[in-house]
Each structure stands twice: as structure tokens, then as C-alpha cells.
Design a protein around this ligand. Structure first.
Ligand SMILES: *[C@@H]1O[C@H](CO)[C@@H](O)[C@H](O)[C@H]1NC(C)=O
Ligand SMILES: *[C@@H]1O[C@H](CO)[C@@H](O)[C@H](O)[C@H]1NC(C)=O
Ligand SMILES: *[C@@H]1O[C@H](CO)[C@@H](O)[C@H](O)[C@H]1NC(C)=O
Ligand SMILES: *[C@@H]1O[C@H](CO)[C@@H](O)[C@H](O)[C@H]1NC(C)=O
Ligand SMILES: *[C@@H]1O[C@H](CO)[C@@H](O)[C@H](O)[C@H]1NC(C)=O
Length: 272
């Protein structure tokens, strides 16, 4: 059966409602968008009753200093990066929100009454997370330029996803390094650590695994934005305490330009 196509308006309204919810620490602004059987996952763990679970990050009001969303109109999904560097309880979050297209009888998805969110999947990093420093993350994220890529220079959905997959395969596969479309300059914001020095020679190959043989990065979930040249991948970081991991990649003219990572080891301090 035909379905109403996913629109940027629908995705944008829901992502904005999510940000409002996170700012206030209540699900209320999001409620009109949630389908009856929506699921909630935090750091790779399903949470059965997110509206009342005291551990849910959404129930903590955050003062958000930075947010940026990418849009996947094919998968009807968004990924939002959120930086909330408070001195008391700093957080950096990645949030993938998935929608189901509306059935044909529904109104066009431009109103507040669309109930289309099927899942909210969050990676929540805190001072225990890998290389965490929200102040530094904010500083570097604000200095980068994530502008839409002109249509003639856009890479394909498959190429963008393949770049992310090749990078994440380097831990388990020694040959994957040769499939990564390394760009120059390229900078990696890994937690709060930045590989960039401001040189036009900056490279994202700094400190990447060599030789393969480690446990793989499994359970990958993708949000792909062709206009932004970006893919968000959530996965299980098996070689580091089975951590919950978020990697976002941006390609420009077929080459890696930016990588952002968030890696949470739950209640434990992340260690190699
Ligand atoms: C939620 O309900 C819709 C419509 O009935 C169905 O298509 C979808 O598979 C369900 N999703 C889950 C996660 O159960
Ligand atoms: C998210 O970022 C946009 C600018 O990109 C800003 O206008 C908006 O107020 C921010 N939202 C929150 C909740 O901070
Ligand atoms: C959706 O809700 C927001 C906030 O309540 C309101 O500002 C906006 O006008 C509404 N949009 C539509 C299409 O109803
Ligand atoms: C976090 O980063 C900021 C900005 O780079 C820096 O001033 C601060 O010392 C860092 N904090 C820690 C604990 O490393
Ligand atoms: C960049 O690398 C080239 C070739 O190795 C070198 O000649 C040049 O000095 C480098 N530039 C900077 C700014 O580091």
C-alpha cells in the first residue's frame, strides 16, 4: 500500500520537539509524535517504561549549548548531536529517531498531530565516558563547518555509508584501512579529544587501529544524510568493554572530512 512520503518538515518538527523535551526534562512536547508501540533505547539497552524510568536521560532537564541534526529522508530518521557542558553534570548525547511513514488515509505530515516515531535510540556520554570533556567538545564542534554540500558535489548514500563502515571495520579487519576514503584535512573529535591542529595536513588516520584482529563493532544502526555528506552509526564497541558507541562521519567530495565519536561504558569508566 502507498504511504505518505517522509518529509523534512515532519522530521524537523519531531527533532525540535525532542530538543524541547530534553531541555525541560519531560516527554510532554514529544508525546504527540510517539506511535503507540514506540521503543526507547539508551546506551544500547532497551528501557521498557521510559516515561517513568528514573535513569532516562530525557527526564533530566539539560541546558543545551549546541545541537545539530542530520536528516535521512529515505529511512525517515534523524540523528541529533547535543552538547550540554554544565559544570555540575555535563552531557554529550547522540540521538537517532526513527519514524514510520504515515498510512495513505492520514493527513499530510505537516501538523503536530502526527504520531510516527517508532524508536528513540540514545547514546549518553558523561565524565566516565571515553575521553569525555564536554567543554572541549563544544569548542571544537563550534569551530567546524557543517554546511550543506552543493548537489553537484554530493556523494551517494552508498558511498557515505561505505566510508563509515570501512572505518568501523578497521578494528577487526586489517585490510579495512585501505577502503577508508581518507581526506586531507580531516579531523576527529573523539569524546573531547581533537586530532586537528589547524594544519591543512590534519589527518584522521592518527591513532587508528592497525592489523585488525580485535573484536568487531557490531549492531550498527545508520542515519544517512546525503545533503550533509554524513552518516551516523550507533554500535556495540565490543573491544572496549562492550561500550555503547556513536560515530558520525562527514564526507566532502568523496573523502572523510570530520569524525565525531561518543563512547559510553555505562556506570563504569571506559578503559581499553
Ligand atoms: C508498531 O505498529 C505498527 C503499526 O501497527 C507496525 O507496523 C510496527 O511494526 C510496530 N512496531 C513495533 C516495534 O512493534
Ligand atoms: C538548536 O540549535 C538551533 C541552531 O542551530 C537553535 O536555533 C535552537 O535554539 C537550538 N535548540 C536548543 C533546544 O538549544
Ligand atoms: C506545532 O506546535 C508548535 C508548538 O506548540 C506551534 O508553535 C506550531 O505552530 C505548531 N505547528 C502546527 C503546524 O500546528
Ligand atoms: C576540558 O577542555 C577544556 C577546553 O579545552 C580545558 O580547558 C579543560 O582543562 C579540560 N578539562 C579537563 C578535565 O581536561
Ligand atoms: C603538509 O605536508 C606537505 C607534504 O608532506 C609538507 O610539504 C608541508 O610542509 C605540510 N604543511 C603543513 C602546514 O604542515
Amino acid at each position: 500500500p502507498k504511504t505518505t512520503p517522509c518529509t523534512r518538515t515532519l522530521l524537523s518538527n519531531a527533532a525540535t520537539a525532542y530538543l524541547t523535551s530534553q531541555t525541560r526534562g519531560t516527554f510532554t512536547p514529544l508525546t504527540p509524535y510517539l506511535s503507540p508501540n514506540w521503543t526507547y533505547t539508551e546506551n544500547n539497552s532497551p528501557i521498557a517504561s521510559p516515561l517513568t524510568s528514573p535513569t532516562t536521560i530525557l527526564l533530566k532537564p539539560l541546558t543545551i549549548a549546541y545541537n545539530r541534526t542530520i536528516y535521512d529522508l529515505d529511512a525517515c530518521a534523524t540523528y541529533t548531536e547535543i552538547i550540554a557542558p554544565s559544570t555540575q553534570a555535563p552531557y554529550v548525547l547522540g540521538v537517532q529517531i526513527r519514524h514510520s511513514p504515515l498510512p495513505p488515509s492520514s493527513s499530510p505530515p505537516t501538523t503536530n498531530t502526527t504520531t510516527t516515531i517508532t524508536s528513540i535510540d540514545t547514546i549518553t556520554t558523561t565524565p566516565k565516558s571515553w575521553l569525555f570533556n564536554a567543554t572541549s567538545t563544544l569548542l571544537h564542534a563550534q569551530q567546524e563547518s557543517w554546511l550543506p554540500i552543493p548537489p553537484a558535489q554530493q556523494d551517494s548514500r552508498d558511498a557515505i555509508r561505505a566510508a563509515g563502515d570501512a572505518y568501523l571495520d578497521m578494528w577487526s579487519d586489517a585490510s579495512a584501512v585501505n577502503r577508508v576514503p581518507w581526506g586531507t584535512p580531516c579531523t576527529r573529535l573523539e569524546g573531547g579529544a581533537y586530532t586537528g591542529t589547524g594544519s591543512k595536513n590534519d589527518s584522521c588516520r592518527v591513532g587508528v587501529p592497525v592489523g585488525g584482529g580485535q573484536k568487531p563493532n557490531t549492531g550498527r544502526r545508520y542515519v544517512i544524510d546525503v545533503e550533509m555528506g554524513s552518516v551516523s552509526v550507533f554500535c556495540v564497541w565490543e573491544h572496549m568493554m562492550n561500550a555503547a558507541d556513536s560515530h558520525e562521519f562527514r564526507l566532502e567530495k568523496g573523502k572523510l572530512r570530520y569524525i565525531h565519536t561518543m563512547t559510553s561504558c555505562g556506570d563504569k569508566v571506559c578503559r581499553l
